[in-house]
Design a protein around this ligand. Structure first.
Ligand code: TYD
Length: 293
């Protein structure tokens, strides 16, 4: 899409003030998708998550305020609520992030809402559940499982595999963000859920089934430290704006598998790099100590 006349592509770091100033000039609305996003990596490199997710958001807020944008939508995550063992989190519930990634996203949200309260910058926040689909980095569970099977490797399931996530197809998530941008009320947060909860072991089994792989290719490995058992959000506030997810999990999964089958050119190098990090992971004895960014 780079040759579309309505698209102006700039590549830069969200924490780089000059780059953000250039990108924001003349913008009516800003949607912030920029973030370090992988929980496992946040356990290895927490400082990078503070730099991009917290400081980067601050830089964006400052420039949005100065540029007088009409709307700033900040893409957050359901992980800010912490694990929800029973029921569903509502937007008014307290935030209890439990890993460095979730903590950085919760911290960013506090700054976003402070710019609404303090300076009346018209902000919106979305808290989406686990998302999957084409172009997802192969460090994440579903693309990792698919690309592992496609290359003859097993699926590593953390612990007992009964941790539960709600899985939202990427295009449904995009429509939700658009709905909030157009119809959301400034200063408000909106949960985005799919009501397609699955334990990880069931997700792994579905992928094995759809790829016709050997069930023995699912292996249990040591658990992620502080692994949140379950996430679940009540998304009725967003439903009241006219949004609903359209893609059943098994359909979205089949489309995702077809995409990864056809695009090893996109994922091979990314996967190799993620794999190196995966096998090198050692949460307790970091090779480099935490330093201030
Ligand atoms: P992930 O895609 O990392 O998203 P999140 O941690 O933000 O929910 O992981 C989804 C679930 O899958 C989570 O419970 C951790 C688990 N998981 C595995 O069991 N094995 C893996 O190799 C990965 C990456 C994740």
């Amino acid at each position: 899409i780079l040759d579309q006349p309505r698209l102006h592509f700039l590549q830069g770091d969200i924490a780089d003030s000059a780059a953000v100033a250039e990108a924001i000039a003349g913008c009516q609305a800003v949607v912030n998708f920029a973030a370090e996003t992988h929980v496992d990596r946040s356990l290895l490199e927490p400082a990078a998550f503070v730099q991009t997710n917290v400081w980067g958001t601050m830089v964006l807020l400052e420039h949005a305020l100065r540029a007088g944008v009409q709307s700033l939508l900040h893409v957050s995550t359901d992980e800010v609520y912490g694990e929800i063992l029973i029921g569903r989190a509502r937007e008014t519930d307290p935030l209890h992030p439990r890993n460095p990634y979730a903590a950085s996203k919760a911290a960013a949200e506090h700054f976003v809402f402070s710019y609404w309260t303090s300076y009346r910058l018209p902000v919106l926040v979305t808290r989406g559940c686990n998302t999957y689909g084409p172009y997802q980095h192969p460090e994440k569970f579903i693309p990792l499982a698919i690309t592992n099977l496609l290359t003859g490797e097993p699926i590593p399931v953390y612990g007992d595999g009964f941790q539960e996530r709600d899985w939202l197809y990427v295009e449904d998530h995009c429509r939700a963000i658009w709905t909030v941008l157009v119809h959301g009320k400034p200063g408000q947060a909106y949960n985005i859920g799919a009501s397609q909860h699955r334990p990880n072991i069931a997700v792994a089994r579905s992928i094995v089934h759809l790829l016709g792989a050997d069930p023995a290719s699912i292996v249990h490995v040591s658990d992620r430290p502080g692994h949140d058992r379950r996430y679940a959000v009540d998304w009725s506030k967003l439903a009241a704006l006219g949004w609903a997810p359209r893609t059943p999990f098994e359909d979205g999964l089949a489309r995702t598998i077809a995409w990864y089958r056809s695009r090893p050119d996109w994922w091979t190098a990314r996967r190799d790099a993620a794999f190196a990090a995966y096998y090198a992971r050692n949460y307790r004895d970091r090779e480099t100590p935490v330093t201030q960014p």
